[in-house]
Design a protein around this ligand. Structure first.
Ligand SMILES: Cc1cc2nc3c(=O)[nH]c(=O)nc-3n(C[C@H](O)[C@H](O)[C@H](O)COP(=O)(O)OP(=O)(O)OC[C@H]3O[C@@H](n4cnc5c(N)ncnc54)[C@H](O)[C@@H]3O)c2cc1C
Length: 219
């Protein structure tokens, strides 16, 4: 994908943070698409209206010694929770003889990460017998605002912050006004933002050409 972009004259710069001042300079040069999280976009664009609900999720990652019969996926039907053995699809994710198991446990507002991890351990007890003794490596985390947009009852994706922010600035991301689920929202808003930016760029160039034509006539 990087090679294809390069051949289309796209220049990619990584590990470079953009700040609000740099963004201001860029917008004077042409249309800009801000494709960060909504929180980061709020700071970059100094626009406090850029907010939308998202979820909080406790995460657990495990490397377990292989046991025949371990489930591929375990879904909690009593509370939200999901555990998946990713080495079932791709063996290279863990060393030989081990399995990569990852779990996600959505948390209610105010619930702690520890509560989510306790639910994860209960589900592991049910779905992966002997997992505690078989654990070779373990990691836990809390993903806050990282699982896309949550639309409250009575709202839809159309009510989220609009892609077109005016003055040649466009937003892409998983919490902006575009349809889809999770990262699909980022893809869909990215495509829409690119189309709008190209359109703005074309009208800018047409306006410049017409002004140049006018100058020539007057000259
Ligand atoms: C546990 C978990 C499981 C998930 N599972 C799925 C799934 O199965 N399917 C699915 O579709 N989605 C899933 N998601 C959601 C998915 O990860 C997100 O929707 C997706 O990553 C959003 O992509 P994005 O490009 O919009 O934003 P991000 O991936 O957040 O990328 C934004 C980038 O902007 C950069 N950035 C921020 N500020 C600046 C700055 N000032 N200058 C330069 N760069 C900056 C950040 O470093 C980051 O790299 C999951 C999320 C979690 C947490």
């Amino acid at each position: 994908m990087a090679a294809r972009a390069w051949n289309l004259s796209v220049r990619i710069e990584t590990a470079a943070r953009v700040d609000a001042d740099t963004l201001g300079t860029l917008t004077r040069q042409g249309p800009v698409i801000v494709a960060t999280s909504l929180d980061a976009a709020r700071t970059l664009l100094r626009d406090p209206s850029l907010t939308w609900d998202s979820g909080r999720t406790a995460l657990i990652d495990l490397a377990l010694r292989t046991r025949r019969g371990d489930a591929f996926a375990v879904s909690d039907l009593d509370a939200p929770g999901w555990i998946e053995r990713f080495t079932a699809q791709d063996r290279t994710l863990a060393p030989a003889g081990q399995q990569l198991v990852q779990g996600q446990f959505p948390l209610a507002p105010g619930e702690s990460r520890a509560i989510g991890i306790a639910r994860a351990e209960e589900l592991l007890d049910l779905g992966h017998p002997g997992w505690r003794e078989r654990t070779v490596w373990r990691r836990e985390a809390l993903a806050s605002g990282r699982t896309g947009a949550v639309d409250r009852p009575g709202t839809t994706w159309r009510d989220r912050p609009a892609i077109d922010r005016g003055n040649g600035i466009y937003l892409a991301g998983d919490q902006v006004a575009a349809p889809g689920l999770l990262s699909e929202v980022s893809f869909n808003s990215g495509i829409e933002a690119a189309l709008l930016a190209l359109k703005a760029s074309e009208s800018r160039n047409t306006a410049r050409t017409s002004t140049a034509g006018l100058d020539l006539k007057q000259g």
